[in-house]
Design a protein around this ligand. Structure first.
Ligand SMILES: Cc1cc2nc3c(=O)[nH]c(=O)nc-3n(C[C@H](O)[C@H](O)[C@H](O)COP(=O)(O)O)c2cc1C
Length: 459
C-alpha cells in the first residue's frame, strides 16, 4: 500500500444523470437542480467539509444515436441531454471553499489550444491554483456535426492530435512568461519586463499559433492533468502526460495489473517513480449490515432505465448492446468510438457485459455493508492493487455523499487511510494536495518542462 493518504474525488456532471440513467427520477435525488448555482455551492461545501480532495466534473458534448437516429428515450430519460457547461460552475464553487480542487473535462479534438489554455490559466488564478484538466479526445461522431467539422478523426489519430494540443498548451502555460516577468510595480510604473515575455511559435500538423499568451503565470501554470482512456493508445498518452489517471478495473487482479502497467509505461517515458497517481471508481451503499446495504443497492438499481442505459452505451462506444449476439465474446469487438467501455469487458460474453452495464453503467467497485465492512474492503483493495485513491460515484446527491462523509470518512481517518484536513495547509494548490507541499509546478521530468524558457542571466 502507498504510504500516502488516499486521494478522494467526487464524480459529477452538470446534468440530471451521470452514469446511472434513470436515477434522476429517484425521490431522494436532487440533480434536477443542476441549473441552480446553490445546488453546486451546497455540494462544494459538503465535499470540502466532508473530506474530499476534489470535485471531478465530466462533460459530454455528444448524445446518443442508435441506428442513425436519436431515440426518444434520450429526451424522456435525460440521457446526456441536456448537459450544461461545467467550467462556468467553478469560480462560484471556488469562492465558497478553501481547499477543494476542481478537475474539469475539456476535449483536445474540439477545444482550440489557445482559448482553452487561456480559460484554464484564468481558472487557475481564480481558484488560487486548485484547477485540473481532464483531457479527453471525444469519441462521439455527433460532436463533429455539431461543430460543423468533417468526420471525427480515427481513434488513434485523435490521440496524436491530443499530443500536439498538449505540446502547444505547454508552450503557452510554461514557456510564454518567465517567472519574474510580472513586476506589478506601481511606484516604477512598470507592469511587466518585456524581456521576460516571449512570443510562442508553434507550427504543427494540426495546430498553429504565433504570438503572445495573454495570461500571466498562474500558481500551477499547467493545470493538473487528468486522463481516462484504457485503450492501448490512451494508456500511452496517459503515461506520457497525465498526473492523475482514472483506471477501469472490475476486480483486484485487473486493477493491480493496470496500476503496474501504467507506472511501468511512465518510467519508460522518463518519468520518475511517483510521477502519477491512479484512481478507480467507487460506489458505497451503507446499511446496518451487508444484507441491509444490498437491499438498499437493489432499490437504487431498480431506478435504472435499461433503454436509456443502452442508448448511453451506444453514445460512448458506437456499439448497440442489443444488436450483438449474446453468446459472442467482448474480446472480439472493435470500435472507432471510445474503447474504455469495451476494454473493461474483455474476456466476458456479450450477455454478461450487457447485464452488467445495464445495471451498473460505468460504476467500478460497488461496496455494500456497514462503514466498518466498507473500510475493510477499501483497505484490502488498496493493499492488493496499489491504487492511490477513488473517484466516488454517487447514486443520489447529496445523500450518497452525506452517508459516506458522516460514516466512512471518520473510519478511514481512524485507520490512517485518509488525512485529517486540519493537517493540510490552507492555500495549497491542487498539485500540492496530490503530490506534496512545494510541488505546485510540474516536475522537471514531465514533457512540459521542455517548453520552459532557458534561464538566462539578466544584466
Ligand atoms: C472516470 C471516467 C470519466 C470520463 N469522463 C469523460 C468525460 O467527461 N468526457 C468524455 O468525453 N470522456 C470521458 N471519459 C472517457 C475517456 O476519457 C476517453 O476519452 C474515452 O474512453 C476514449 O478513449 P479510449 O478509446 O482510450 O478509451 C471518461 C472515462 C472515465 C473512465
Amino acid at each position: 500500500m502507498s504510504d500516502r493518504p488516499l486521494l478522494l474525488a467526487a464524480f459529477e456532471i452538470n446534468a440530471p444523470n451521470l452514469t446511472s440513467q434513470g436515477l434522476w427520477a429517484h425521490p431522494e435525488q436532487t440533480t434536477l437542480q443542476y441549473k441552480d448555482i446553490d445546488h453546486w455551492l451546497d455540494l462544494a461545501r459538503l465535499l470540502e467539509d466532508g473530506g474530499f480532495d476534489l470535485l471531478f466534473l465530466a462533460d459530454s458534448p455528444g448524445y446518443p444515436v442508435l441506428g442513425g437516429r436519436t431515440p426518444d428515450v434520450t429526451f424522456e430519460q435525460a440521457v446526456e441531454m441536456p448537459t450544461n457547461d461545467p467550467v462556468v460552475l467553478i469560480p462560484a464553487m471556488a469562492a465558497v471553499t478553501r481547499r477543494l480542487g476542481f478537475a474539469v473535462t475539456a476535449s483536445t479534438t474540439f477545444e482550440g489550444p489557445y482559448p482553452n489554455a487561456r480559460r484554464f490559466a484564468t481558472l487557475d488564478h481564480l481558484t488560487r491554483g486548485r484547477i485540473g484538466w481532464n483531457v479527453v479526445t471525444t469519441s462521439s461522431p455527433v460532436v463533429s456535426e455539431l461543430h460543423g467539422r468533417d468526420a471525427l478523426p480515427p481513434h488513434d489519430v485523435r490521440y496524436d492530435v491530443a499530443d500536439e494540443h498538449l505540446e502547444l498548451s505547454y508552450r503557452l502555460f510554461e514557456g510564454a512568461w518567465e517567472d519574474g516577468a510580472v513586476l506589478a510595480d506601481k511606484a516604477a510604473r512598470r507592469f511587466a519586463d518585456p524581456r521576460r515575455v516571449h512570443p510562442v511559435h508553434h507550427e504543427g500538423r494540426w495546430f498553429s499559433s504565433h504570438g503572445y499568451f495573454k495570461v500571466e503565470p498562474s500558481p500551477q501554470r499547467t493545470p493538473v492533468l487528468f486522463q481516462a482512456g484504457a485503450s492501448e493508445r490512451g494508456r500511452e498518452f496517459a503515461a506520457t502526460h497525465a498526473e492523475v489517471v482514472f483506471l477501469q478495473g472490475r476486480n483486484e487482479e485487473t486493477l493491480r495489473r493496470q496500476v503496474e502497467d501504467l507506472h511501468a509505461r511512465a518510467q519508460r517515458h522518463g518519468r520518475g517513480p511517483g510521477s502519477l497517481r491512479t484512481l478507480v471508481g467507487l460506489t458505497v451503499v451503507l446499511g446496518r449490515d451487508r444484507d441491509h446495504a444490498r437491499t438498499r443497492l437493489e432499490e437504487y438499481l431498480s431506478w435504472v432505465d435499461e433503454g436509456a442505459a443502452r442508448a448511453y452505451y451506444a453514445s460512448m462506444t458506437g456499439i448497440d448492446l442489443a444488436a450483438l449476439d449474446p453468446n459472442g465474446s467482448f474480446s472480439d469487438l472493435k470500435t472507432d468510438g471510445g474503447r474504455t467501455q469495451v476494454e473493461r469487458y474483455r474476456g466476458e460474453t456479450v450477455a454478461r457485459a450487457r447485464a452488467d452495464f445495464l445495471r451498473f453503467g460505468m460504476r467500478e467497485f460497488v461496496l455494500t455493508g456497514s462503514a466498518v465492512d466498507v473500510v475493510d474492503d477499501i483497505e484490502r483493495l488498496v493493499a492488493a492493487t496499489g491504487i492511490d485513491g477513488f473517484n466516488f460515484t454517487p447514486f443520489v446527491v447529496p445523500g450518497s455523499y452525506e452517508e459516506f462523509c458522516d460514516q466512512v470518512v471518520p473510519e478511514l481517518r481512524r485507520r490512517g487511510l485518509l488525512e485529517e484536513y486540519s493537517m493540510r495547509r490552507e492555500g495549497s494548490t491542487l498539485r500540492e494536495v496530490i503530490f506534496g507541499a512545494g510541488r505546485s509546478r510540474l516536475p522537471a521530468d514531465h514533457p512540459a518542462a521542455r517548453f520552459r524558457p532557458a534561464l538566462q542571466e539578466r544584466p
